[in-house]
Design a protein around this ligand. Structure first.
Ligand SMILES: NC(=O)c1ccc[n+]([C@@H]2O[C@H](COP(=O)([O-])OP(=O)(O)OC[C@H]3O[C@@H](n4cnc5c(N)ncnc54)[C@H](OP(=O)(O)O)[C@@H]3O)[C@@H](O)[C@H]2O)c1
Length: 260
């Protein structure tokens, strides 16, 4: 494969798949990562029609050695990552005290640890080339606490804080860091989280993954530090800055609860 590519984690479906389509249409070679080898193979076949090279690597990024394994493999193959899209992530719904510990730690391992390690690994070569883009897919969950999804919301608050801090550190390097925050989006996320019947997805409404990915794609290509998908989501994120924290937290819980 040619020497440069965009690396997208969680590209077998949802927002990551839609992002992969946009990059392929703009003639970027791709490295796509997720656990499902079969789904990745289908995506690769589809996107190769755009005349780009698509490499797929089936990996569970929540497993400790996975980020380093991925980095080493791409180094060995001489593939330079021009854009890193840390998109893979999941949420689990339920009271923290009852949540199975593997669900608790799994969210931290994927949403925080893998994202941080991949960034730490792929960033130095970008700085050395004085060129590169990093996209972190956080969430509007980053802006307030989330009762019934306490760990998920906290992981996304980490992603926002981490992204803004390193964007500042990298300001003169030629490397941009974009923290992209979708709100509720129609993907497999809600089903995986066990929150399909929440007020958020039933009543507030969700955006299409296609539209969300386009917002994210534009933000990363413009090198914006923070982008929130959807005007309504932007308004909600702003309102959390002025309302009392207890009230924001109570509303966040109400939205996560089951719709009548
Ligand atoms: N949908 C929403 O409402 C929403 C809102 C805000 C933010 N987000 C964020 O957007 C990102 C993408 O989510 P989505 O909505 O597109 O969800 P999705 O449809 O469930 O897609 C998640 C992707 O991540 C991959 N993945 C999951 N666990 C993985 C693991 N351990 N290792 C490697 N890949 C893994 C999945 O593929 P495999 O199952 O094949 O591994 C899939 O490709 C996440 O970070 C999510 O937190 C979503």
């Amino acid at each position: 494969m040619s020497a440069t590519a965009v690396l997208i984690t969680g590209a077998s479906g949802g927002i990551g798949y839609e992002l992969a389509k946009l990059f392929a249409r703009d003639h970027h070679n791709l490295v796509l990562v997720a656990r499902s080898a079969d789904k990745l193979a289908q995506v690769a076949t589809e996107l190769q029609a755009h005349g780009v090279t698509v490499k797929t690597i089936a990996l569970d990024l929540a497993a400790t050695p996975a980020p380093k394994f991925l980095f080493d493999q791409l180094q060995r193959e001489g593939i330079a990552i021009e854009i890193l899209v840390n998109n893979a992530g999941f949420g689990a719904f339920g009271e923290f005290a009852q949540m199975p510990i593997d669900e608790v730690l799994g969210q931290i391992d994927l949403n925080i640890r893998a994202l941080t390690e991949l960034t730490r690994l792929f960033l130095p070569p970008m700085i050395a080339r004085r060129s590169g883009r990093i996209m972190h897919v956080a969430s509007t969950a980053a802006f307030q606490p989330g009762p019934l999804m306490a760990v998920y919301y906290a992981t996304k608050a980490y992603v926002l804080s981490f992204s803004e801090a390193i964007a500042n550190e990298l300001s003169d390097t030629g490397v941009t860091v974009t923290c992209f925050c979708p709100g509720a989006t129609h993907t497999d996320f809600a089903k995986r989280a066990g929150m399909e019947n929440s007020r958020l997805f039933k009543q507030v409404g969700a955006m299409s993954a296609e539209k969300v990915a386009l917002d994210g794609y534009r933000a990363v290509m413009e090198g914006r530090g923070l982008a929130i998908s959807g005007a309504h989501n932007w308004l909600v994120a702003q309102s959390t800055r002025f309302a009392p924290r207890k009230m924001v937290t109570a509303i966040s819980r109400w939205i996560a609860e089951k719709a009548d």
